[in-house]
Structures are given as C-alpha cells and as structure tokens.
Write a protein that binds this ligand. Sequence first.
Ligand code: ZN
Length: 237
Amino acid sequence: MTEHSSDKTALVLFSGGQDSATCLAWALARFAKVETIGFDYGQRHLIELECRARLLDGFRAISDDWAAKLGDNHTLTIPTLAEISDTALTRDVAIAMGADGLPNTFVPGRNLIFLNFAAALAYRRGITDIVGGMCETDYSGYPDCRNETIQALQTALSLGMARDITLHTPLMWRDKAATWQLAQDLGGDPLVDLIREDSHTCYLGERGARHDWGYGCGECPACQLRAKGWNEYAAGA
Ligand code: ZN
C-alpha cells in the first residue's frame, strides 16, 4: 500500500475500543474519506455505542482535517452472535472468564463474521479498503486475529466478491504500548487523552472506576492488557 491513498475511502471496524480508535486515526492519516462500522450483538452494546459516539465527536474536535474526512458511522445488528455465546447456550450463566482467558461470551471466529459483514457493506458503498485492529502480538487466544487468518480471508473475500479487497491491520505486529505510541504519533496528546478517556476495552462492560489507563474493571484480561501496555508506554514517554 502507498503511504497516501489520497483518493480512496476506507471502512474502519470501529468498536469503540483502544485498538479500533487507533486504527481510525491511522486510516484518517491515509485515506481521503473514512467511514466506520460497528456491530450490535448483545450486552456490551450500549457502552460501546456510547463510546463510539463520544470518540467520533472527539476526533472531529481534535482536527478539522479529520472532521472533513469522517463519513458515515454504520451500525449492523447481529443478534445471532448472542445465540452462539455460552451465556446464551447455558442460559443462567453470568459473564465470566474461561480457563483459556477468554470470556464465555466469546464467539469463535467472531472477527471473521465481522469482516464478512464489513466487506459486504463496503462493496455496496464502492469501498475496497477495510481497516481492523486485529493483532497477533498480544492475543494468542484469538486465532481469528492472526495474520495468516486475515490474509486467507482477504483472498477469499476478493475471490468471492470479484473485487480486490484489502484488509489493513496496522496493529498486527504492535503490542499495546506500541499502540499507545502510534496514537501519540498520529494525534499527539489530544488523541491519547481522548482514547484514554472515551475508549472502551473491558470485557465485563464496566465503566465505573477510572484508572491511569482509562475505565474498566481492572481485573479481566482485556483490562490487564490495557493497563500493562499503558504502564510500559507511560514509562517510556
Ligand atoms: Zn475489565
């Protein structure tokens, strides 16, 4: 990919988390227009929806250039995903962490499902560049985030839609500290502060306690990873 795909539009998978917010900044630095897509699939929906809206307002406030480039923010509802998670399958089980470090709401291959929906929507809008926060560095628990998986899906989507689809994963080889640094490089302190304050990471959907690294339960694997990355980043900044 060229450094400036200046005439093209990108579609960013935008959940309202740290990774997807950083991906959004990455796309805004490279594309003429940027649209966002999020998925409504259950209990974390409300918090993610609120975070997405606040983050988008924040992006527009930080930069006129970003405000001009930001286009439609799409939300697709996929209630089927809740039917496949443990909490639904076993009915009266609360959200909890499994021995594999993944929440029991985790749907196998979830990112494949998201990317397929994103690609179909992108096709309808004449977009061939899709950006996602998939990362192989920190999350060995998610095989659908691996580079090999994404490369294979890019091939499948391009074949299946008879169009050259590019799946961009700028965070693939970055750990969480490097992701904070990327936000710093792309948007300086205002972007780092926005992501700290308004992005959401916690598996349990908790926003109550404010830590150095943002809001969350502080205990789940996602919070611990975010805290560790922030501490490393802050120590080096
Ligand atoms: Zn948490």
